[in-house]
Design a protein around this ligand. Structure first.
Ligand code: XUL
Ligand code: CO
Length: 439
């Protein structure tokens, strides 16, 4: 078969002094960091939708990039197969071992669900053929329950019981596909699960119905042998004004409320966390301390813009803090999916490679630097020392639930007034960060 990315070689590691745009400067798959190969620390995934489908259309203009990949007509099964060919060539050339997909990324959706599902069977057979003899696997699958106008009022949260049944049917099929392709996870991103105004919305009814749909998905998934994690991908807004999975803390509370916390973890997306007014690191930490840091959508937002720009990550500072959380978490059950798209004027096939090289190198640098922070120890030691007052008898009694408000009252009375709790030393710690980042 002829190549689609004709003049683009296999991308290899050349090191930080290389000026070759088609080479990794930091991502060295076999380099061992803290006892594990970089490729094991960083299971990168290609997002089918942005990489193979998105052509740069925005609210003001049509596609700039041609993603037909040699197919004579777009939106056909011929095109769907060309995307598979392109995707596999792309992943092989970059050494990417995973992909993520929505059902409708894979094939054009037909008017009749039976025909859509037949197309999905055909394309997944083709993908399986392509996977043979490679080490490329599916990281996670999902159903797009936000694009079609029928989902204007939500999928699990819809007011229409027929739309709800349709969403259930799509989830069933997407789970079948995920299992067929050996996917490690299944994602729920609640794109339209939220509301515009409470004047027309029964929040309790909607949230209960979302939970019921998730329970049915878990039951069905387990019944067909899906052993992986289900994920919620929190996002506070866009497309809905208020989205129910606002952030990690909100989504975790929801999962616990409805008894879904054993089967679900978080898929944290950097740009979603920042839209919620948090740092990326914050949502990772909240997920991790709750035992629910599962997977990551690795992108970055633009702080000057108030929407989900899905940029390829170049911010090494944030990637370092992300990898610090991941290392402390003992890794991920999922991986790093680049839910990122090239900027609209970056419309060539080469740009697709530059984008992934950038993203992979950024996270490789983040990993190297996060390991250095841990090995350096100054930051961890500071945090440990900061809480050292708790090591005394009183601190232990509080931690072990062996005291009462009355006892603390008497203690405080005897004390008179506590000393100041000690400097937070933020500026010192920030300078340690810079010292490690730029040495
Ligand atoms: C949208 C988004 C989605 C999910 C999968 O903001 O991030 O692409 O990752 O539905
Ligand atoms: Co995402």
């Amino acid at each position: 078969m002829s190549e689609i990315f004709e003049n683009i070689p296999v991308i290899v590691f050349e090191g930080k002094d290389s000026t070759n745009p088609m080479a990794f400067k930091y991502y060295d798959a076999d380099r061992v960091i803290m006892g594990k190969k970089m490729s094991e620390h960083l299971p990168f995934a290609m997002a089918w939708w942005h990489n193979l489908c998105a052509g740069g259309t925005d609210m003001f203009g049509r596609d700039t990039a041609d993603k037909s990949f040699g197919a004579s007509e777009k939106g056909t099964m011929e095109h769907a197969k060309a995307k598979v060919d392109a995707g596999f060539e792309f992943m092989k050339k970059l050494g990417i071992r995973y992909f993520c997909f929505h059902d409708v990324d894979l094939v054009p959706e037909a008017d009749d669900i039976k025909e859509t599902n037949r197309r999905l069977d055909e394309i997944s057979d083709y993908i399986l053929e392509k996977m043979e003899g490679t080490d490329i696997k599916c990281l996670w699958g999902t159903a797009n329950m936000f694009g079609n106008p029928r989902f204007m009022n939500g999928a699990g949260s819809t007011n229409s019981v027929d739309v709800y049944a349709f969403a259930a049917a799509q989830i069933k099929k997407a789970l079948d596909l995920t299992v067929k392709l050996g996917g490690k996870g299944y994602v729920f991103w609640g794109g339209r699960e939220g509301y515009e105004t409470l004047l027309n919305t029964d929040v309790k009814f909607e949230q209960e119905n979302i939970a019921k749909l998730m329970h049915m998905a878990v039951d069905y998934g387990r019944s067909i042998g899906f052993k992986g994690d289900f994920y919620i991908e929190p996002k506070p807004k866009e497309p809905m004004k208020h989205q129910y999975d606002f952030d990690a803390a909100t989504a975790i509370g929801f999962l616990r409320q409805y008894g879904l916390d054993k089967d679900f973890k978080m898929n944290i997306e950097a740009n979603h966390a920042t839209l919620a007014g948090h740092t990326f690191q914050h949502d990772l930490r909240i997920s991790a301390i709750n035992g629910m840091l599962g997977s990551i959508d690795a992108n970055q937002g633009d702080m000057l813009l108030g929407w989900d720009t899905d940029e390829f990550p170049f911010n090494v500072y944030d990637a370092t803090l992300c990898m610090y959380e991941v290392l402390k978490n003992g890794g991920l059950t999922g991986g790093f999916n680049f839910d990122s798209k090239t900027r609209r004027p970056s419309y060539t096939l080469e740009d697709m490679f530059h984008a992934y090289i950038l993203g992979m190198d950024t996270f490789a640098l983040g990993l190297i630097k996060a390991a250095e922070i841990i090995e350096d120890g100054r930051i961890d030691q500071f945090v440990k020392d900061k809480y050292s007052s708790w090591n005394n008898e009183l601190g232990q009694k509080i931690r072990n639930n062996e005291t009462s408000l009355e006892e603390l009252f008497h203690y405080a009375e005897e004390l008179g007034a506590p000393e100041l709790p000690g400097s937070g030393r933020q500026e010192y710690l920030e300078s340690v960060m810079n010292n490690i980042l730029f040495k």
